[in-house]
Design a protein around this ligand. Structure first.
Ligand code: SF4
Length: 95
């Protein structure tokens, strides 16, 4: 996709709810110290704006594996965000 070059993505943390329990991960369901959050649309716009201001052009959306999130539902949740539509051109999803 990117040819013979290295492309870096900045993480965009959308939410940390997760139904899984991977030992190495702070999102794991057994982590009682975690304060669970999911960004609302305005928070997402502020995060994207701040990342752009710091020169980030490619984002990787980070969220837990949970019914609240899916790669297909997130665009409709945040789809009215102009900055996010612009950013989504180079956005990948991962948890
Ligand atoms: S977010 Fe991913 S790595 Fe972390 S606990 Fe959930 S499934 Fe595991």
């Amino acid at each position: 996709m990117y040819g013979n070059r290295i492309v870096l993505f900045a993480p965009l943390y959308v939410g940390n709810y997760c139904t899984n329990d991977c030992d190495y991960c702070g999102f794991r369901r057994s982590n009682a110290d975690a304060i669970r959050r999911t960004l609302d649309r305005d928070e997402l716009v502020r995060q994207v704006t701040a990342l752009e201001r710091h020169g980030q052009k490619r984002l990787i959306v980070v969220f837990g594996e949970h019914p609240r999130y899916s790669a297909s539902s997130l665009p409709s949740q945040y789809g009215r965000c102009t900055r996010c539509r612009k950013a989504r051109r180079d956005t990948a999803c991962e948890h």
